[in-house]
Write a protein that binds this ligand. Sequence first.
Ligand SMILES: Nc1ncnc2c1ncn2[C@@H]1O[C@H](COP(=O)(O)OP(=O)(O)OP(=O)(O)O)[C@@H](O)[C@H]1O
Ligand SMILES: [Mg+2]
Length: 410
Amino acid sequence: MAESRIAVYAQLPGDFHKTLAGQLVWNPDTAVGAFSYDEDWRSRKNSYFLDPTVLIARPRKETRNEGVYGVIRDAGPDAWGRDQLIRQHGALDEIGILQHAPEDGAGNLSFHAEHRLRAYTLQEIDAVSAGFPLADTALAQAIQPGTSMGGAKPKLLAYDAGAFWIAKFPEKGDPECKGAANEHAMLQLAARCGIRACESRLHRLPDGRLVILVKRFDLSGTPERHTRLGFASAHTVLGMGDPRRDGQLKSYPLLRFEARRWTRAEIGPELWQRLAFNALVSNMDDHARNHALIHEAGWALSPAFDIVAAPATGPVRLCLQIHTGSVIATPASLITSASEMGVERDLAIATLREMSSLILEQWRTHIGEEMSGAAIDQLVPAFRLAEEVRAFDFAGLPPPVKARRYRNQG
Ligand SMILES: Nc1ncnc2c1ncn2[C@@H]1O[C@H](COP(=O)(O)OP(=O)(O)OP(=O)(O)O)[C@@H](O)[C@H]1O
Ligand SMILES: [Mg+2]
């Protein structure tokens, strides 16, 4: 089969217009991608390597993620958005997905020369939400063109009160819409704990259900005139996308290490606080697309997003290793994690204690009136580790062992 090509445009920091960054050539038989920068790209003010590890002066070929470079794939849709596109257009290959995808994906990359951003007012969202989730096909038909935002949950780009928001709709299995109130409460609690978390609001649909609106950190201005920041998911930063290697790459200490090649700065302590918060509220869906870097003057850790307390029996098991070899969070393993993430032990203990007390004292208040008493009670087990940390005798822990060092680590 013939190779496919797609032009990749970027909005550089502060620009309202797009600049041609280069071209992706993709071979459907081998699923290998090759990117080349446009001749003029390097001479543009503020231009940068879209991925400083592979999209460098002479870009490497890409075999991971079906041959689509991570930063380019991050701009396109994921599970739900892909489903919508396939329902509308039939089978699409990787390039077809990018070509047909709406332009509301994370970051500053897009695949058409002209702007095609479509944001919905809250009134429009109210209108298309009718009947959802009884038949989510109804949403698919009512909404053209869907979304390029990642993630598994139904969502749309909203514009309200002078800002862009991700409107996350209730899932089918969530009739009480616990997800929206839960996520809103956890983002607020995280902020109270000192984490740079996304701002969010709740919006009530005409039928009484709740939608969470999460403010976009990469998009500002108006639908007609906006600026965008670059975006790279932790999935991309970790170099994931090859199923044979992905298992061993899912790790916070590795993310800390790999991120240095992008940020040239230390993100370990900030990332550790986020992983500790995830553990304390049992947010066990902290996978590698739920962390990201953004690019403005340079690359930096993005605000925290997609945090949901999940009541479960058994240990708190995160998606990424919190220290080498373990995904299970306990008071002791969080301290081992701190030492691998560059956080001094006394500070780690104080932070864990403070965050646990704050979470235990405030989570019910932040959930507020939105959930029934029974639904709130069901959430109690999500905070078991916070209870354990609050009562834990950290002085009884053995002295720290030398932290693992990654290759080339200074
Ligand atoms: N505030 C934000 N600003 C910009 N991009 C965001 C923001 N929040 C999330 N994203 C991007 O949108 C994607 C989907 O958002 P989110 O993770 O909240 O959805 P989800 O459907 O709950 O995901 P999951 O599949 O993890 O359950 C994220 O993976 C990230 O790429
Ligand atoms: Mg997510």
